[in-house]
Design a protein around this ligand. Structure first.
Ligand SMILES: [Zn+2]
Length: 195
């Protein structure tokens, strides 16, 4: 397949020189939400990891390797967790159905629901409740990032920033959740601090 989208005279020579992305993007595997298109970036500008429902799971070697490599070796300065409304993973997690091998993965999302049960159960409209769970899931995955040694070290060294975003498939808008990290982390950093 020929892709002429970004083609220029020195395009491949420049790419072959190496990569120095500013961003690590952790998003959903959903085929509708591709990182470069969402962010308007070109190859070489963002390091990417995608999985079902954009989870940062502590014992997932894949995501943890990506985080370590991007932060400690590529020296990205921004880490983005990007969820999206109408996320099939979030919806599947809230159905009372045995999903086989997906059960342990989706249980991370059920745990997010449990943590925020009081707020979520007050929302009567089912769709609005799912949307809020999408946002809270992004928030919790950002907190999971902040629990890692790589993020804590890079925050101290060079002020690495973590961002929580949600993509609205209906409007095409990318929403910054402006998560209040100091408030959320108050009281938990005494447990998770590594640096
Ligand atoms: Zn999704």
């Amino acid at each position: 397949m020929k892709n002429t989208k970004y083609y220029s005279n020195n395009y491949f020579e420049d790419l072959a020189l190496g990569q120095h992305p500013e961003f690590l993007y952790i998003g959903c595997s959903d085929s509708r939400v591709t990182a470069e298109d969402l962010m308007g970036l070109k190859p070489g500008e963002v390091f990417i990891h995608r999985n079902i429902a954009n989870l940062v799971n502590n014992i997932d070697l894949n995501v943890m390797s990506v985080i370590n490599y991007a932060i400690r070796h590529l020296k990205v300065n921004h880490v983005v967790v990007c969820g999206h409304y109408n996320c099939g993973g979030i919806k599947a997690a809230m159905q009372p159905v045995d999903m086989g091998i997906l059960n342990p993965w989706l249980r991370n999302i059920r745990d997010v629901y449990r943590t925020h049960k009081a707020e979520l159960n007050k929302i009567e409209d089912e769709n609005a409740r799912y949307n809020r769970l999408v946002e809270l899931n992004v928030q919790e995955q950002c907190v999971n990032l902040i629990k890692t040694a790589a993020v804590q070290e890079a925050y101290n060294e060079r002020g690495l920033q973590v961002h929580g975003w949600v993509f609205d498939i209906h409007t095409g808008k990318l929403i910054d959740l402006n998560i209040d990290f100091p408030k959320i982390l108050q009281g938990i950093m005494e447990i998770y601090r590594l640096y």
